[in-house]
Design a protein around this ligand. Structure first.
Ligand SMILES: [Zn+2]
Length: 234
């Protein structure tokens, strides 16, 4: 069992969007899991590609699927805190934030043995109070610099098929995700994906293959942070 928190130095920055740009390491992050239908397939893809990533899990899903959460950790991935219910933090009181951050950290630690280093606010929304709350827990705000944009977006009514049970939402095509992610990734990049199906699962093996061709290695986010600091202090 790797304790990622042990890799991070005490004087850490509170916000982390990406690592040092001269490194050849990058991080894949997967938000909103674990999901019983999508996470096992995602784990299989990462296992086959021998990639260790960072999963920003939702506390409620950890409570519902402890075995699956443990499996993510056992396969060598980093587990990070993405709130309990995926409610926005920028409208929450300081006391509520502190209590929730702590509760989710404890749940993750009890379930996986990992003490989360990072918190990622739902929807990426934060303010000074959220930053302070995260800092007070000795955590780092784990953001990203490359967004795959793999959300399901509602299809405008006039573009829907004219039958009653036609699809109401759609994901961006995998080719477009791949082109964008590979084009925008630089050394130290943190790439945002979600625990979802369809186009995301198609895009990930391609993203891994093409970024490796460009000479990048994949490491969990806490390692990216630590290596950035080591190389900066040298
Ligand atoms: Zn999310």
């Amino acid at each position: 069992m790797i304790l990622y928190s042990a890799l991070v130095f005490a004087d850490g920055p509170v916000m982390f969007y990406h690592g040092a740009r001269h490194m050849n390491e990058v991080t894949l992050t997967f938000d909103d899991g674990p999901h019983p239908d999508y996470t096992p397939e995602l784990l299989r893809i990462l296992r086959e590609a021998n990639v260790k990533a960072t999963f920003f899990v939702v506390g409620k899903a950890v409570a519902n699927y402890p075995k699956l959460t443990r499996k993510i950790a056992e396969e060598g991935h980093e587990i990070a805190n993405h709130s309990y219910m995926h409610y926005r933090y920028d409208g929450m009181s300081t006391a509520d934030m502190a209590a929730e951050l702590r509760a989710v950290n404890e749940l993750i630690e009890r379930t996986t043995g990992q003490k989360p280093v990072f918190f990622r606010p739902p929807g990426g929304r934060y303010n000074k109070l959220v930053l302070d709350a995260v800092g007070n827990e000795g955590m780092v705000m784990g953001l990203w610099d490359v967004n795959a944009g793999d959300y399901y977006k509602p299809i405008p009514v006039k573009e829907r098929k004219p039958y009653r049970f036609s699809k109401r939402s759609a994901q961006r095509r995998s080719q477009s995700m791949v082109r964008d992610v590979v084009g925008r990734t630089r050394g130290g990049s943190v790439i945002l994906f979600h625990n979802t199906d369809g186009e995301t699962l198609k895009a990930i093996p391609e993203v891994i293959r093409l970024l490796r061709e460009k000479g990048y290695d994949f490491v969990p986010m806490a390692s990216l942070l630590t290596r950035s600091k080591v190389s900066k202090n040298r």
